[in-house]
Write a protein that binds this ligand. Structure first.
Ligand code: S3P
Length: 437
């Protein structure tokens, strides 16, 4: 429903990527890892349950999550399949982390995860000598893996820009004697590199003149439990940020947001579109850049987003498309074919949602062009969310500024990454109608 200005301050839930990794690396390291700010969303909780099945002890005491890890190479064979629910990061990183062990491990997920491509991880694992004991046609879940008696280190160039694939190979490399090398042409989020170094792994990263990164991981390191401070998730901050830009009268401060340069492409893009966005209180915490974001309602203009920026804002395109709907002029987003293999086919889901709400757009195989309508976005449509939290949230944001209410078919998935989204946004002044079942 069209809302009055959004005002006040909001703190973001913990970063999803760092939360998954904190539980996994804590489970693998020797001794205790203490995590504050962990995202308690469904995706991350599924990873926590999987780590417990592998032998780690995980419990929440007060505001802290305590993980008692087993030490590198000491996971036990899980007696039941590891169920990652909706989480691509959870399952792909876990297949790297555990798949190389010389026992059978099984991986499964929900209906959305079960149609997502896993060959991107299975292929490098096969090169290491991992046997894919069970898979569904096209390399889909459920999958069972069995590691070789003598895994071999590989030298692997990732064929697509994917931090999940890079991370899976790096994690597999941890239990392989020798040096495992991953080459990535596009700099994707580097939380695995940074955090593994923090846990004591030897990870060497070099970047050549063309920006191609070579990451070398030494096998069999002695990893020790750490204190991990999880900063706020920039991918969640994207929703209140765009909401404040498009709802007239808004002036919002979003506190404690991760500013790792591999994650800030949306902020750069929204500023180019004329967004009044100011970073305040910039600081370092747990080896990462953090800031508060002050954002005010702004008249946006259409721009072309450089394809090279895609990796640094890959999860933010759906909500950028919503911002673009309220801009003057067209916004062109090339180089986004990876959106087709996220929690849903996000390119199609966004294009269909925009059209259902009276916004013209062109959906190409690997691009989206949105015809901005200024403050005249009709709304009034019903959006199919396809079990995708970000599709649900981005169209709820659209509804806050559209002329008519925007309906979504399901809001349950929001709990995977931002469980407090509706109450938090309501506190800032957002008005959401009741679902009519
Ligand atoms: C993630 C990497 C990205 C991103 C996902 C989280 C990670 O996926 O979309 O939400 O934590 O490594 P890809 O690696 O498939 O691009």
């Amino acid at each position: 429903m069209r809302s009055q200005g959004l005002t006040g301050a909001i703190t973001m839930p913990g970063d999803k990527s760092i939360s998954h990794r904190a539980l996994m690396f804590g489970a693998m390291a020797q001794g205790e890892t203490i995590i504050s700010g962990l995202l308690e969303g469904e995706d991350v909780l599924a990873t926590g349950r999987a780590m417990a099945q592998l032998g780690a002890k995980i419990e929440k005491r007060g505001n802290y999550w305590h993980v008692e890890g087993v030490g590198v190479g000491n996971f036990k064979q899980p007696s039941e399949p590891l169920d990652f629910g909706n989480a691509g990061t959870g399952v792909r990183l876990a297949m790297g982390l555990v798949g190389t062990y010389p026992f059978v491990s099984r991986y499964e997920g929900d209906a959305s995860l079960s149609v997502r491509p896993m060959n991107r991880v299975l292929n490098p694992l096969r090169e290491i000598g991992v046997e894919v004991v069970e898979e569904q046609p096209g390399g889909k879940l459920p999958i069972a893996l069995k590691g070789p008696a003598n895994p071999a280190p590989i030298h692997y160039k990732t064929p697509m820009a994917s931090a999940q694939v890079k991370s899976a190979i790096m994690l597999a490399g941890l239990i392989i004697p020798g040096t495992t090398t991953v080459i990535e042409e596009v700099h994707t989020r580097d939380h695995t590199e940074k955090m593994l170094q923090g846990f004591g792994a030897k990870v060497d990263v070099t970047t050549d003149a063309d920006g191609v990164r070579t990451i070398k991981v030494e096998g069999l390191p002695d990893l020790r439990g750490q204190e991990v401070l999880v900063p706020g998730d920039p991918s969640s901050a994207a929703f209140p940020m765009v909401a404040a830009l498009i709802v007239p009268g808004s002036d919002l401060t979003i506190e404690n947001v991760l500013m790792n340069p591999t994650r800030t492409g949306l902020i750069t893009s929204l500023i180019e579109m004329g967004g009044d966005i100011e970073l305040t209180n910039q600081r370092k915490s747990g080896g990462e850049d953090i800031a508060d974001i002050r954002v005010k309602h702004s008249q946006l203009k259409g721009v072309t987003i450089p394809a090279e920026r895609a990796a640094s804002m890959i999860d933010e395109y759906p909500v950028l498309a919503v911002a673009a709907s309220f801009a003057r002029g067209a916004t062109h987003m090339p180089g986004i074919d990876e959106l087709r293999v996220k929690e849903s086919d996000r390119l199609a889901a966004v294009a269909n949602g925009l059209k259902a709400n009276g916004v013209d757009c062109i959906e190409g195989e690997d691009f989206l062009t949105v015809e901005g309508m200024g403050d005249q976005v009709p709304g009034g449509g019903m959006v199919e969310t396809h079990l995708d939290h970000r599709i649900a949230m981005c169209f709820l944001v659209m509804g806050l500024a559209a002329q008519n209410a925007v309906k979504i078919d399901d809001s349950a998935m929001i709990a995977t990454s931002f469980p407090s989204f509706v109450p938090d946004m309501t506190r800032l002044g957002a008005q959401f109608g009741k679902p009519n079942h």
